[in-house]
Write a protein that binds this ligand. Structure first.
Ligand SMILES: Cc1cc2nc3c(=O)[nH]c(=O)nc-3n(C[C@H](O)[C@H](O)[C@H](O)COP(=O)(O)OP(=O)(O)OC[C@H]3O[C@@H](n4cnc5c(N)ncnc54)[C@H](O)[C@@H]3O)c2cc1C
Length: 655
């Protein structure tokens, strides 16, 4: 090998491990083509960043330091050590304190905390999850489920990582069905202690983040029993390890080892053998046990108590939805920039200048709807964050429903986006340094943890049915008929035949028309499934559980229709209210594409239900293709506006 080649090879080696941001020009791809966009990317970035721009900048400044260079080895134990050190760095910068009460040096600003987490989603996702486990789940639960004495004793140390902890809810036997957990917490009035115990193998806590090596204290969810009476699932603080990180007597911990992704996080299983903790170890905000062993709670029903407790944890779901969307944005940035520099095939034999991937309608069709989704999810989540900040406990049914739905929708969208991005980069997409390997592996589980997506979508549908029932029970028969008719026709006016046949561009790009279709699908499904449910349980022929289970496919579709209508409504409001008018055109195009692409996707339902003609369905498809082409000019600027630091992207294809 001559000197020049040896030098180039050495340079490429360094790029391969992500440690070098640039290659010499003769060995790199042609530059990314950046046509003049219809707007300023910086203006769009500021618009997306919103009021929490300073904390987003702070997080970016931290994760672009040399010590935050991506871990490139395969030794997951070394990776864990790296991620722990990074987490401590974030704590040192005060990021872990943002959510805490002001009297403990915090800022009590969950929206700002969420913005920090969302920005971390651009960097390493093991770090994001470790951050989420330590500050969101562990410290956050002490704050939300505990009271003043717990805050005083633990919060400052948890926020500074002096005290590492974990959130131990899931068990080997029960994940989604939390109410059926087997771990017991039996009250011993003589010693004023709870005895925490795993009575079976399947009562072992499973997949618990921070459990395998770092956590010294666990928040353990267990069935509380006092004097033989069951009080349901409650949360307890249980020490796991001593100062030198050895498991305490009676605690058995098993390392989950190497995982599909997120290998910088130490997940593990935990079993408890009659561990005694003091009465004060109960996180007692919603229920308490007094020294005489008397159980007290303001919330009388055990079911309502459980859901109030779980409702306070809604922030975790929003965080997963938002950081998943950040990962999707990273995938889109890499894929779109690569498509703006990569050429394949062309006219003529041999071809002269080959065609840019981004100029192919197939590429545009593959990536632009996903770009629109990333913006759409962003706006919907900002709305949800604002709503839940106004409802401190996040416990309202409306918030719970929206958080569950958006978490599931966003997580699935992330998986689809990253896969599409990977494929559109061809072989480059498969090279680890180009980020897709980690993005795919790390975000895959977003569909499972913080509530399994399919289970969450059923929760959404159940809440929608409950809302409908609550609404109907107060109506007199004549009002009921009016309500049902109104719902059935929801969004559609008396000009219905014109609606179904109208294929004009003007009509299809009308935000009200688009929304009408979304509302019609949602209310149509709601009435259909609500009616079917009522028929099944009528005269007690079937119990509610069996009827609900029988209707699962329809319920899941209803939940999807609800989430998409929520997203579109929010997107429309954002377009209408954007004070920077220079952003109006790209935002409107993205909104139109989001709406029409979903209409195209669900055209089967609309056709079956007679609210869309075949001609109209075809016109929508043509318009989707046209909108994808319209966005091509702005595509690179639209991903630049995500503001992802270069060091978080793929050096050899995206910079
Ligand atoms: C990497 C990782 C980290 C985690 N970290 C933590 C942590 O720190 N703390 C913690 O407490 N937990 C944690 N978990 C656990 C996680 O929250 C659970 O895995 C999740 O809640 C799903 O539970 P499960 O795995 O038991 O799946 P299951 O509930 O058994 O679900 C398995 C499948 O069955 C389907 N299913 C279940 N119920 C129904 C139904 N009624 N109808 C139709 N389909 C259904 C689901 O959709 C899913 O596809 C973690 C998990 C992983 C993988």
């Amino acid at each position: 090998m001559n000197d020049a080649l040896a030098k180039s090879a050495a340079e490429l080696d360094r790029i391969g491990d992500g440690s070098q941001p640039a290659v010499s020009s003769d060995l790199s791809y042609p530059p990314i083509e950046r046509p003049r966009a219809s707007f300023e990317p910086v203006a769009m970035q500021h618009f997306l960043d919103g009021e929490h721009r300073p904390v987003r900048e702070l997080v970016k400044q931290i994760v672009t330091q040399p010590e935050f260079r991506y871990f490139a080895g395969t030794d997951h134990l070394a990776f864990r050590r790296q991620v722990l050190a990074w987490t401590k760095r974030l704590a040192d910068a005060g990021i872990g304190r943002i959510f805490m009460p002001k009297n403990f040096g915090g800022e009590e600003d969950p929206a700002k905390f969420m913005a920090a987490g969302e920005t971390l989603g651009f960097h390493d996702l093991s770090l994001l999850i470790k951050f989420g486990v330590q500050f969101g789940l562990f410290a956050g639960s002490i704050q939300r489920l505990g009271t003043e004495s717990h805050h005083r004793k633990y919060l400052v140390d948890a926020a500074s990582c002096q005290l590492m902890g974990c959130f131990a809810m899931t068990e080997i036997g029960h994940g989604s069905n939390v109410q059926a957990l087997e771990t017991t917490a039996v009250y011993d009035p003589t010693h004023e202690q709870f005895i925490i115990h795993s009575p079976t193998f399947s009562a072992g806590k499973a997949y618990i983040g921070n459990a395998a090596s770092d956590a010294r204290l666990a928040i353990v969810f267990a069935q509380l029993a006092i004097g033989g009476e069951q009080q349901g699932v409650h949360a307890f603080l249980v020490p796991l390890r001593d100062e030198s990180s050895r498991p305490l007597p009676g605690i058995a911990i098993e390392d989950d080892g190497y995982k599909m992704g997120l290998n910088g996080v130490d997940n593990g299983r935990i079993w408890f053998d009659h561990i005694r903790v003091p009465r004060t170890a109960l996180l007692n905000r919603f229920a308490d046990v007094d020294s005489a062993g008397k159980y007290q709670s303001q919330i009388k029903s055990a079911g309502a108590r459980f859901f109030t407790m779980i409702g306070t944890l809604v922030g975790g779901r929003i965080a997963i939805a938002a950081s998943g969307n950040s990962a999707a944005k990273a995938g889109l940035t890499i894929a779109i920039r690569y498509a703006a520099r990569r050429r394949q095939f062309g006219p003529g034999k041999p071809p002269g200048k080959e065609t840019l991937l981004l100029d192919y309608p197939a590429t545009q069709r593959r990536l632009m709807p996903l770009l629109a989704n990333a913006y759409a999810v962003d706006f919907a989540l900002k709305h949800l964050v604002a709503l839940s900040a106004k409802t401190p406990d996040g416990a309202s049914r409306a918030i719970e429903t929206l958080a569950a739905g958006l978490k599931a929708w966003s997580a699935w969208n992330t998986t689809r986006t990253i896969q599409a991005g990977r494929e559109s980069c061809g072989g480059e997409g498969y090279i680890a340094a180009n980020r897709f390997a980690a993005l795919k592996a790390d975000t895959d589980v977003f569909a499972t943890f913080e509530g399994d997506n399919t289970v969450l979508m059923q929760l959404v549908a159940k809440n929608l049915l409950t809302d409908l029932k609550d609404h109907l029970k107060d109506l007199r028969p004549v009002q009921l008929t009016g309500f049902l008719l109104n719902k059935k026709m929801s969004g559609f006016t008396r000009t219905m035949p014109l609606f179904t046949l109208n294929t004009s561009r003007y009509h299809l790009l009308d935000a009200n028309v688009q929304l009408s279709y979304f509302k019609h699908r949602e209310s149509g499904l709601l009435l259909q499934v609500g009616g079917a449910f009522r028929r099944l349980i009528k005269n007690r022929e079937m119990d509610a559980y069996t009827a609900f289970t029988r209707l699962q496919p329809e319920l899941l579709e209803l939940a999807d229709a609800y989430v998409e209508r929520e997203i579109l409504e929010r997107f429309t409001a954002v377009v209408e209210n954007a004070s920077d008018r220079t952003l109006h055109t790209p935002l409107r195009r993205l909104r139109d594409l989001f709406a029409l692409y979903r209409l195209e996707l669900h055209k089967g339902w609309y056709l079956e239900n007679g609210v869309m003609s075949g001609f109209k369905a075809k016109a929508i498809s043509r318009l989707v293709t046209a909108l994808c082409a319209d966005l091509r000019q702005d595509a690179v600027a639209l991903v630049d506006a995500f503001g992802i630091p270069d060091s978080c992207l793929a050096a050899r294809i995206a910079l």
